[in-house]
Structure formats: structure tokens, C-alpha cells
Design a binder for this molecule. Structure first.
Ligand SMILES: Cc1cc2nc3c(=O)[nH]c(=O)nc-3n(C[C@H](O)[C@H](O)[C@H](O)COP(=O)(O)O)c2cc1C
Length: 201
């Protein structure tokens, strides 16, 4: 697929049909993810791949509130995804990398970081996963893990405390009749004219 077509067609897909995703396709998503840029080439990211029904079920059990509320339409749709990939950021990789002689920030002071690049870089890697899904004719959705479920998520999958899930990505074959969903259908996409400032604000 042409790059411009990948960019144009990428939309969050929140409901999938029952076709499985080829393991080789998931591998390509991950191979592309690690081509993302990273500050200082720190590459402080990791990816938890859940591609069995049991693991995907465990993901939803850990990350959704355990109360008796009826399952939402959102959750019913998202649970149809056969694959979930969780991109995780690793702050220590950045503090370690920037303490090396060519950078010299041996105090490892987080105040040096105007924005947490560990999250930025992992987000860039997540976009490559989303774009590769489109290129493979699949659908995907990036979504947040509720903060009060992070510990349950870590415990369910033995994730070390030093790794933070920046969100999660469902992957699968989009249902044919999904139609427009989510806020873009309601809000409209902002145009460059609305958001670009040239020369000065
Ligand atoms: C950081 C981030 C967090 C998001 N969290 C959620 C989420 O929790 N649930 C969800 O359904 N979509 C989530 N989205 C998807 C956005 O709703 C979606 O990208 C936006 O509405 C634009 O639609 P599009 O990506 O289909 O063009 C998230 C997207 C980003 C980038």
C-alpha cells in the first residue's frame, strides 16, 4: 500500500470479525515498531504480545473494573480482537543512557526531561504498529489502560514495576459493516489551517 494511503486509511477500529491474525503479520508489526526513533537511541520500550484467547481474556479481566456493571458496547467490540499488543515504556533505560559519558547527566535528574521521552518514543512505536496493521489490511485501536488497573495488569502478566504500559493496541480483521465510529465522526478532523502557525503564533 502507498504510504499516503496508509496514513489516510488509518482509523481506530473497535470491533473485529472472527478471522485470526497471522503470527507473521504480528511479527512485522513488532519489527516495524522497533524502527521508531528514540531519544539518545535509548530504545526504552518493550511490547507484551497477547495472541491466545486465554491471554486476551486475562488482559480484559485485569484491565476492566470488576464491578457488576453491564459490559459496555465498547468493551464488547474490543473483546472481539484476537490480538492485544501492550507497548510499555522503560524510563530507566533513558536515565541510564543519558548518564553515559557522551550525554553526561550522571545525576539522573528527571527535571532535565521537558517531556517524558520514554512515553513519547513508545507512542511513536505504537503508531508504527497501527500503520503496519493498515498496511496489512487489518484494523487496530490504541486505547488507555485505566490507572487503577495498571497494577492488576502487571500482576496478571508478571510485568516488572519499571515498565509502564502507555496504553494497549487491539489488532484484528475489521468487521465489514463497522462504519464510522468514535469521535472523528462526531467532531470532525481539524485541518492544518486550524492548527498550524507559520513563522510566529
Ligand atoms: C493516547 C491515545 C489514547 C486513546 N485512548 C483511547 C481509549 O481509551 N479508547 C478508545 O476507544 N480510543 C482511544 N483512542 C483513540 C482516539 O479516540 C482516536 O484516535 C481519535 O478519536 C481519532 O480517531 P482515529 O484514530 O480513528 O482517526 C486513543 C488515542 C490516543 C492517541
Amino acid at each position: 500500500m502507498e504510504f499516503q494511503e496508509v496514513v489516510r486509511r488509518r482509523r481506530m477500529v473497535r470491533r473485529y470479525d472472527d478471522r485470526p491474525v497471522e503470527p507473521a503479520v504480528v511479527d512485522r508489526m513488532l519489527a516495524n515498531a522497533v524502527r521508531a526513533p528514540s531519544a539518545g537511541y535509548s530504545q526504552g520500550w518493550a511490547f507484551l504480545v497477547l495472541d491466545s484467547a486465554a491471554d486476551v481474556d486475562r488482559f480484559w479481566a485485569a484491565t476492566t473494573p470488576g464491578d457488576a456493571a453491564p459490559e459496555s458496547a465498547w468493551l464488547r467490540g474490543m473483546r472481539t480482537a484476537p490480538v492485544v499488543i501492550v507497548p510499555l515504556s522503560h524510563k530507566d533505560a533513558y536515565l541510564d543512557r543519558y548518564a553515559q559519558p557522551d550525554k553526561g547527566w550522571t545525576d539522573r535528574d528527571e527535571a532535565r526531561w521537558p517531556v517524558p521521552y520514554w512515553h513519547v518514543d513508545t507512542g511513536m512505536a505504537a503508531l508504527l504498529i497501527l500503520q503496519t496493521a493498515v498496511d496489512e489490511g487489518l484494523g487496530a485501536c490504541f486505547f488507555g489502560i485505566p490507572p487503577d488497573r495498571t497494577e492488576a495488569f502487571r500482576a496478571a502478566f508478571d510485568v516488572p514495576a519499571a515498565y509502564t504500559p502507555v496504553g494497549a493496541v487491539t489488532v484484528g480483521h475489521r468487521v465489514a459493516d463497522a462504519g464510522p465510529s468514535g469521535s472523528p465522526a462526531r467532531r470532525g478532523r481539524r485541518t492544518p489551517d486550524e492548527v498550524v502557525h507559520r513563522g510566529r503564533w
